[in-house]
Design a protein around this ligand. Structure first.
Ligand code: NAD
Length: 498
């Protein structure tokens, strides 16, 4: 069986720790490869390579950095089909979706190409007589990036292009379930001409992450994953003095008012709930329907669309939804459907028990729609992270908003309505970091930052956009005076204006 190693100092590196995990083909259930788990010595080697590369990279001209980023953008664009195939093979998502995540990742590379504009800083002349003040931003050093399984290319691309553009070097630890896309991204960076050690990849698990994020020579950690891990990692890494942004899980609500176009709302709910098998941190997992009539009509419209979805292997162009990431995860997601029924929900569409012909051992699960869900049910309280959509019925806008704002998560939230005034109220009142108005998955474009509130993000700064630039740099203020020696004198007073 194929063994997947690491990528350090711009070279593939075989694993030496003796520990490894299994990478599956979720469409067939077959073991596709073994992935090496980096031990302490391997993590240290990758950090040392990044620290060595930082010595020159931090002062490499913006012109040179930009030229490499433009070249990287072209290579990534040219190789996107092959990269998408790698994503589908290990993650299972359909090809169009894999290409979509690469396109969203490319956006961040394009933003990184504009880094000279972003790092211009600020200058005030003559703040006091003969005194100028400049604010500049400088790189941090070695940045560790730890990423989840559900976007094997996009989430790494949220991080390392901007980190590199700002003059840092990177050690990336992708999800052990989907290691190949990250390795390919790093190989492409080496091909584009980034210096050896600028972007390293170590594969591994919790042990690898703990070594990396506590390492003396790591200055900052960008993490995306589940809430319990994000919370623990934020606590541990900040206690080691690191700058940390840790994005966690989500339970995203879509509020549908009685005046909404229900066909548009149903199309949007189905796309956002079941796309990528619901394994998206911005997936809609709860529809909050205002009024019984709205709920009845919407549930019928969603059910009709849900039953028509074509589920199959991601490399079949006819498939609209692929398998889940592992058999254990598929079984856990399925258990919420039976659990919700037992707790009093109405299972309108039951996707458990689906078998895809010719792929009987694949990790497939049909889509499920649960109506009359209440906040007390496990299906409402937990992040299911699969193709299960809950419908909660609310009497009015206020009740719906209170429900959404009581959620421990605050990643995305959407409202569907034709009433501009209520949509505006929602924007102001909802406790979520990313809000959609008639947009079910409001993932910001690269020039705006991505991040949630509450248990969806630990740390202050969101990823990419302006926040990304701030996260990967630290400010320095330089005050300058060129006095004439003849005018110099001792003055023990605290410097003030004039
Ligand atoms: P995960 O938390 O299990 O793993 C994420 C990363 O952390 C992986 O690289 C993994 O190897 C590592 N890891 C796992 N356990 C660890 C531990 N105990 N200590 C240190 N590192 C550990 O998440 P996942 O299952 O890969 O991804 C799905 C989760 O990610 C969902 O909760 C989803 O909502 C979330 N997610 C959030 C966003 C966002 O932007 N907020 C985006 C994508 C995914």
């Amino acid at each position: 069986m194929k063994t997947i190693g690491h990528f350090v100092d711009s070279k593939p590196a075989a694993g030496t720790s003796g520990r490894h995990g299994t990478v599956y083909d979720p469409a067939t259930g077959a073991e596709a490869a073994r992935v090496a788990f980096a031990g302490p010595a391997e993590v240290d080697r990758a950090v040392a390579a990044a620290a060595e590369a930082f010595r020159e990279w931090r002062t490499t001209s913006l012109a040179r950095r930009t030229a490499l980023l433009f070249r990287y953008r072209e290579l990534l664009h040219a190789e996107r089909e092959e990269l998408a195939a790698l994503i589908t093979a290990e993650h299972g998502k359909v090809r169009a979706d894999a290409l979509g995540e690469i396109a969203r990742g490319l956006e961040v590379v394009e933003l990184a190409c504009a880094v000279p504009e972003k790092l211009k800083g600020a200058l005030s002349t003559q703040v006091s007589t003969g005194v100028d003040v400049a604010s500049v931003r400088q790189p941090l050093g070695v940045v560790a990036c730890v990423t989840p399984f559900n976007f094997p290319a996009m989430v790494p691309l949220w991080m390392f292009p901007l980190a590199l553009a700002c003059g840092n070097t990177v050690v990336l630890k992708p999800s052990e379930k989907v290691p190949s896309a990250a390795l390919r991204l790093a190989e492409l960076a080496a091909r584009a001409g980034f210096p050896a050690g600028a972007l390293n990849v170590v594969n591994g698990d919790r042990e690898t992450v703990e070594r990396l994020t506590a390492h003396r020579d790591v200055a900052a950690v960008s993490f995306v994953g589940s809430t319990p891990v994000a919370r623990a990692l934020h606590r541990a890494a900040t206690s080691h003095g690191k700058r940390v942004q840790a994005l966690g899980g989500a339970k995203n609500h879509m509020l549908v008012l009685p005046d909404a176009d229900l066909d548009v709302a149903a199309d949007s709910a189905v796309s956002a709930a079941y796309g990528s098998a619901g394994e998206r941190c911005m997936a809609v997992s709860v529809v909050v329907a205002v009024g019984e009539d709205t709920a009845d009509a919407l549930v019928a419209a969603i059910a009709e669309r849900a039953r028509a979805l074509r589920i199959g292997p991601g490399d079949d162009p006819a498939s609209e939804m692929g398998p889940l990431i592992t058999a254990e995860h598929r079984d856990r997601v399925a258990s919420y459907v039976g659990g919700a029924r037992a707790q009093g929900a109405e299972v309108v569409v039951d996707g458990t028990g689906l078998v895809v012909e010719g792929h009987e051992k694949g990790f497939f699960l049909g889509v499920s729609l649960l109506d009359r869900v209440t906040p007390a049910m496990d299906a409402y309280r937990d992040e299911i992270f699969g193709p299960v959509l809950c419908v909660v019925r609310a009497a009015d806008y206020e009740e719906a908003l209170a429900l959404i704002n009581a959620s421990p998560w605050g990643n995305g939230a959407a409202i569907f309505t034709r009433d501009g005034g209520t949509a505006r109220r929602f924007q102001l009142e909802v406790a979520a970091g990313m809000v959609g108005v008639n947009v079910p998955i409001p993932v910001p474009v690269a020039s705006h930052s991505f991040g949630g509130w509450k248990d969806s993000l630990f740390g202050d700064l969101h990823v990419y956009g302006e926040d990304g630039i701030r996260f990967y740099t630290r400010g320095k203020v330089v005050t300058t005076r060129w006095p004439r020696p003849a005018e110099s004198a001792v003055n023990l007073g605290f410097p003030s204006g004039a």
